[in-house]
Design a protein around this ligand. Sequence first.
Ligand code: BGC
Length: 697
Amino acid sequence: MTAFRDGPRGDPDTLVESLTLAEKLRLLHGARDPEGVSTGYLPPNDERGIPPLRLVDGPLGVRAGEATAFPASIALAATWDGDLAREQGEALGRETRAKGQDGLLAPGLNLIRVPHGGRNFEYYSEDPWLTSRTAVSVVEGIQSEGAIATAKHYVANSQEAERTTIDARIGERALRECYLRGFEAAVREAGVGSVMCAYNGVNGESMSDNRRLLTEVLRDEWDFSGYVVSDWWATGDPVDSATAGLDLEMPGYALDAESQFGVAPSELPLSMPDVEEGGRYGEPLRAAVDVGAVGEGRIDTMVRRVLETMERFGSESRNAEEVDTVDHPEVARRVAIEGSVLLKNEGVLPIDPGIETLAVIGPNADRPALGGGGSSEVTPAHAVSPLAGLREHLAGEVSFERGVSPIRGVRFFDEGEADEPDDEPSIEAAVAAAERADATVLVARDVATEGTDRPSLSLPGSQDALIEAVADVAGELVVVLNTSGAVEMPWLDSVPALLETWYPGQDDGIALAAVLTGEEPGGRLPVTFGREDDYGFDEASYPGVDGRVEYDEGLLVGYRGFDAREVEPYYPFGHGLSYTEFEYGPLEAPDRIPVGKPVSVSVTVENVGDRPGKEVVQLYVASEVAGRPPRELAGFSTTRLAPGERRDVEVSLDPRSFLGYDPVREDWIPVTEEGTIEVGRSSRDLRGAIPVGIDPE
Ligand code: BGC
């Protein structure tokens, strides 16, 4: 093993042997960063030549001073573009290093199980394959720049309601096939350097002392060699956690909520664990070693994992200038454009850039949608609101009416939230503006935050009434949604164009103006957009009863459940329109699929419209086996075609296609002898299907 990149320490094994118990424990729990920058910090041991370890949030950008505010993670997944995800990962890794940090507390890989989830915007998808592909690209990107990525929150932190105590009861098949899949890919395919365990419990054991998942699955099955870090203040009993496989406690000290948030801990506006406890891997763990409850060999293993990961990535800082010299804002802008999902378009879009009058309406249309609340907040150096972006882009007159009072987002860290405006918004004024204009863009938003779930899927405030009133008078109307996922759309039939841009980040308005005036909105839905009552939850399955939430739907998460129950959502998983039209030729696949082996399938796609376009060719595998989802995403490929252009698109199939996890044999086995491969533009717009035989391994 080589020496740490910026110090003379030598090999971690010899180093561990030479450390005193006190020095070892010092490497297992965090402390305050004297510079006040890191979210998680391990102090250096200069005598032994051990540098500090500095970890920083988070998935939408680096939460340290000013940094590029990327679009929400769900927007990145909506691009269905692994190359772009990798580029965003690289930019995140470079900024982490440029800020003098060693590791980024990202990506968030929890599956989007309930549409209400307060952190859904920090996650990728309801689908395990899309989640795992995006995860691999992002982790590889971050780590290619020398920063440690952190796959979080392991596992089943799919709701914020009672997040620190809820026990998720999940059957083994669903756990393996759905919830663990993204983490497994991050570990086995991308070699992620660290994993953060979740606050919640799984099947009766809190994740911070869940030996089965932290050791038997993560280490013994997947060969994870990095360190497991706790979620903040999540470490429970030090003996249980240390023996279960939790290596590093963060933040390692009690929070002074009064100084950080100006409130007593009990009044923190989000569900938090006991922030007055910290340092359980300090004195309490030492006491446990003294009485033999934890062996020193165990401590050595934990220390070695931390040191080896530091060794693997080095701790060299980059010049802070690099944040500005590399064009990260351009990456953020592209993700915002490519992740915008055109849900509906009855001849309204694109808007002619030469339009004479445009009305921009919406309570927050003069503010960029940077993200939701919580640890993922980022403070950008500059940000462009929808209104500013459209005014800059269009030569004609752009009027603005708020319509209803601003929707207050939740921001804990970012100081940039705009002040209360002094105008008095009215729906009448908004209607009058829409009547006067040639076209209207109405921007609506939800409120999502870490620590709390959305109480309902309805747009907050009086936004539904505003949309209905404006839709009555505006002919050329586009509703733009800045939301974390599905919302109720009682006005859908009267709105001719609908665009979901999630939280687009710092270049919100620039990306929006580009898409509205003709740049291809490249996104496809990474989650089903259903009506609140159609998700099929009862109290026991969400938010849970008596501290337990039953994952009764098993494998039927998201569209799998909508398909099995034959419920028509507003918009299905994978949906997204283009500004052009595509035609599909016949699907070509081998007659027999050797399971577990690489297989690729091809289809000819032609752009039959008159504009260039991006198509996301989606493959689904279907089998009529009782208890299995009717169809499952098993591959996708993103391609760009000029007008009239036609291409054979090759798509490789998920090697686990037609396999299911058998909890008795503890292995993946074929679920059927014959199945179907389907190709389509979404999970409900299928353009071809081909029967295949399945050959066992
Ligand atoms: C969140 C983590 C985050 C950590 C540090 C926790 O509350 O769940 O995602 O990385 O805080 O800010």
